[in-house]
Design a protein around this ligand. Sequence first.
Ligand code: C2E
Ligand code: CA
Ligand code: CA
Ligand code: CA
Length: 279
Amino acid sequence: AKEKGRNQYYFFESCISAKVLEKYQLEEDLRQALDHQEFVLCYQPQIDIMTGKIVGVEALIRWIHPTKGCISPAHFIPLAEETGLIVPIGEWVIRTACQQSAEWRKKGFRDVRISVNLSAKQFQQPDLVEMITKIIEETDMNPGLLDLEITESLAMMDIELTKEILGKLKKMNINISLDDFGTGYSSLNYLKQLPINTVKIDKTFVDNITVDKGQQTIAKAVIDLSHNMALQVIAEGVETWDQYSFLKYQQCDKVQGYLFSKPLSLEEIENILKEDEGF
Ligand code: C2E
Ligand code: CA
Ligand code: CA
Ligand code: CA
């Protein structure tokens, strides 16, 4: 019995080490990915619901791994957060987005806002505001076109710190969006306290918006309350015309989702922005 127990133990152990190795390998690769220029940004259009025009894009990171191919951020962002690598990676994302924005302006494209996701780890860096200020100066981008998306759960971690940092960013004319709204524990009450501009209704909410009366009531309440507080509302993960119609009827301001476009490569988004501009 003892022998069997041992074997089981070793079997279990080898499973874990295989898993650990895989993660360890991924971590090693992730450490080199920045130097090896394996990251790219793609851009998903955000559409003004009244005019149907693209008014913004969300920058979403992709990792083109040399052997594994494209790895989803859902897979490596948690690892990047755990290891702290999200700090330099996140800085690369902000710099690249700001450079892109400045370049679009030089090329004569109509102004669109560019949204960048911020992770909790980045938010906890004491030099975050300084870093962003520096990047804006260096790239010479219009900070009025920068939008930072912070998740609801991040914002609620330390309300006082969040208020302080967001206050500074807002003074710089940067737009702040509360991402994944409806998935965390924040009450609508907190919305009033935070210096934010936009509430981003999470996809999980949008998914059931046409079938679930309860979700409809909540979505309507979120939109109305946000508007009462002079906040804009964007819905993410919009996939059907039914969802779009409902959101339009409720006077949601902007939509983002596969119904309009998946995240696009730089070349693709530039072509669309050009068309939109009437080039
Ligand atoms: P998120 O910020 O909630 O971004 C929206 C995600 O939903 C994106 O997935 C986007 O491709 C996807 N999406 C948009 N519209 C639809 C739709 O209509 N249907 C469906 N099924 N999905 C839709 P993606 O690009 O895989 O990113 C996943 C998450 O990874 C993001 O969720 C964000 O939390 C994180 N992420 C992506 N890029 C960055 C980054 O540069 N920095 C940080 N910290 N996190 C990032
Ligand atoms: Ca986001
Ligand atoms: Ca989101
Ligand atoms: Ca989401």
